[in-house]
Design a protein around this ligand. Structure first.
Ligand code: F6P
Length: 383
C-alpha cells in the first residue's frame, strides 16, 4: 500500500445507524494507521459535523473495544445534506435550506484532510456526490439495514437486522399458535423488501408482503381463512413498511422536512391486520419492530463484512483511487464510481430465487400467484 499524498483522512458515519458501523470505523482507523501511517480524524454526526466543524482525533486506542458495539461512537444523522442543508424556518414556518458544500470543503482544508471515508447508504452517497464533484477525495462504504444500495450485493447491518427480525417472528409464531390468532409483524426496509423476504423465509412466515409485489387483501384473507380453519389454526404475516395494496400508495408515518429525503414510512402493519380481522373473523394482532432492527451488537457475519469493507476502503484509497464506493459482488470485493451508486435503490427482483423458493413452499405474497410444481397440473417438459 502506498499513496504518498494521503497523510490525514476523516471518517464519518452518515444516515440511519446500523449494527457494524463501529466495526468499520475500527477497521478504517487501524488499517490507515498501521499500514500507511495515515492520521485519522473522526467527524461527528455525519455531514452535520463537517458543516459545524466538529471533529476529533482517532487512534488505535480510541477504536479499541468497539468491534462488538452497536450504534456509532461518532454519532450519525439522516437529515444533513451539504447541498440542501436545513438552517431554520422562515416566518411562515417553511424550512430554509442553504448550500453548505463550501463550508464542508473549508472544514476539510482547515484540518488538512486529504480524503474522507463516508460510511453511509444511498442518501449519504447522494449527499457526498457534490463534494466528489468539487474534487474532494471520497471513498464510500455501503451501510444500511435495508440492503438497498445500488452496485453491491450486500450492505453491512442487513444480516443483523434480519437475525433480529427472525428472532421476533419466531417468538410471534409461538404466541400466534397458542392463541389461534393471526399476527402481523411490520418490518423496516423502506422501498425494498429485503428484510421482509429474508426474515419471512428464515422464520417460515405464512404471508410475506413487500413493496416490489403489490398485494390484494382478498388474496391474503382467503389464504389465511383456509389456513386458520382447515390447517394449523394460526398465521404469521410479515409486512414490509413500504408494502402497498395493488393500485394503492405506501403508508407514510411522518414527513420530516428538515431531511432531503423527508418520507418516513409506517402504519401498513396495523392496516393489514384490521383488514384481515374484518375479512376472516380471526382475532389479529400487530407488532411493529421499528428501530429494534437497527440497534444492538452486530452478528459475526456483519462484523466480518464491516471489517472487510473498512480495510478495502483504505486499500482503495492507497491504490490511488478516489470517488469510489467499495462493494461486494459474487462474494468478491471491489469498487465502483460513487456517483454511480448515489441516490439509487436496489430493489428485490420479483423473480428472485428466494421469492420462487418461498412460493414453492406455499408462502403467500398476496398477489394471487401460487407456484406450481410442473408435475401438479401439467406434464414435465424434458429438453
Ligand atoms: O434506512 C434505514 C431505516 O431504518 C429504514 O428502514 C426506515 O424506513 C428509516 O431508516 C427510518 O428512519 P428514522 O430513523 O428517521 O425513523
Amino acid at each position: 500500500m502506498s499513496h504518498k499524498h494521503i497523510r490525514r483522512i476523516g471518517v464519518m458515519t452518515s444516515g440511519g445507524d446500523c449494527p457494524g458501523l463501529n466495526a468499520v470505523i475500527r477497521a478504517v482507523t487501524k488499517t490507515a494507521i498501521y499500514q500507511a501511517g495515515i492520521e485519522v480524524l473522526g467527524i461527528e454526526d455525519g455531514f452535520q459535523g463537517l458543516v459545524e466543524d466538529r471533529v476529533r482525533p482517532l487512534n488505535a486506542r480510541a477504536v479499541s473495544g468497539i468491534l462488538t458495539r452497536g450504534g456509532t461512537i461518532l454519532g450519525s444523522n439522516n437529515r444533513a445534506n451539504p447541498k440542501r442543508y436545513h438552517v431554520g424556518r422562515d416566518a411562515n414556518g417553511n424550512p430554509v435550506y442553504e448550500d453548505k458544500v463550501p463550508t464542508c470543503i473549508e472544514t476539510l482544508r482547515k484540518h488538512s484532510l486529504d480524503a474522507l471515508i463516508v460510511i453511509g447508504g444511498d442518501g449519504s452517497m447522494g449527499a457526498a456526490a457534490p463534494l466528489v464533484e468539487a474534487g474532494v477525495n471520497i471513498i464510500g462504504v455501503p451501510k444500511t439495514i435495508d440492503n438497498d444500495l445500488f452496485g453491491t450485493e450486500i450492505t453491512f447491518g442487513f444480516l443483523t437486522a434480519v437475525a433480529t427480525a427472525t428472532d421476533a417472528l419466531d417468538r410471534l409464531h409461538s404466541t400466534a399458535d397458542s392463541h389461534h390468532r393471526v399476527v402481523v409483524c411490520e418490518v423496516m426496509g423502506r422501498n425494498a423488501g429485503w428484510i421482509a423476504l429474508t426474515a419471512g423465509v428464515a422464520s417460515g412466515s405464512d404471508v410475506i408482503l413487500m413493496p416490489e409485489i403489490p398485494f390484494d387483501i382478498g388474496h391474503v384473507s382467503d389464504y389465511i381463512k383456509e389456513r386458520v380453519h382447515k390447517g394449523p389454526g394460526f398465521a404469521v404475516v410479515v409486512v414490509s413498511e413500504g408494502a402497498r395494496l395493488r393500485g394503492g400508495n405506501q403508508m407514510v408515518a411522518r414527513v420530516d422536512d428538515r431531511s432531503a429525503d423527508p418520507i418516513r414510512l409506517g402504519g401498513i402493519g396495523a392496516s393489514v391486520a384490521q383488514a384481515i380481522e374484518l375479512a376472516t373473523g380471526v382475532e389479529t394482532r400487530t407488532t411493529v419492530l421499528g428501530h429494534v432492527q437497527r440497534g444492538g451488537t452486530p452478528i459475526a457475519a456483519d462484523r466480518i463484512l464491516a471489517t472487510h469493507f473498512g480495510y478495502h476502503a483504505i486499500a482503495t484509497l492507497m491504490a490511488g483511487k478516489t470517488g469510489r464506493m467499495v462493494v461486494r459482488n459474487k462474494n468478491s470485493f471491489g469498487d465502483i464510481a460513487l456517483l454511480q451508486a448515489a441516490g439509487k435503490q436496489r430493489l428485490v427482483p420479483t423473480n428472485h430465487s428466494l421469492v420462487a423458493a418461498a412460493r414453492a413452499l406455499g408462502t403467500n405474497f398476496g398477489d394471487g400467484q401460487a407456484w406450481h410444481h410442473p408435475n401438479d397440473d401439467e406434464p414435465s417438459v424434458v429438453v
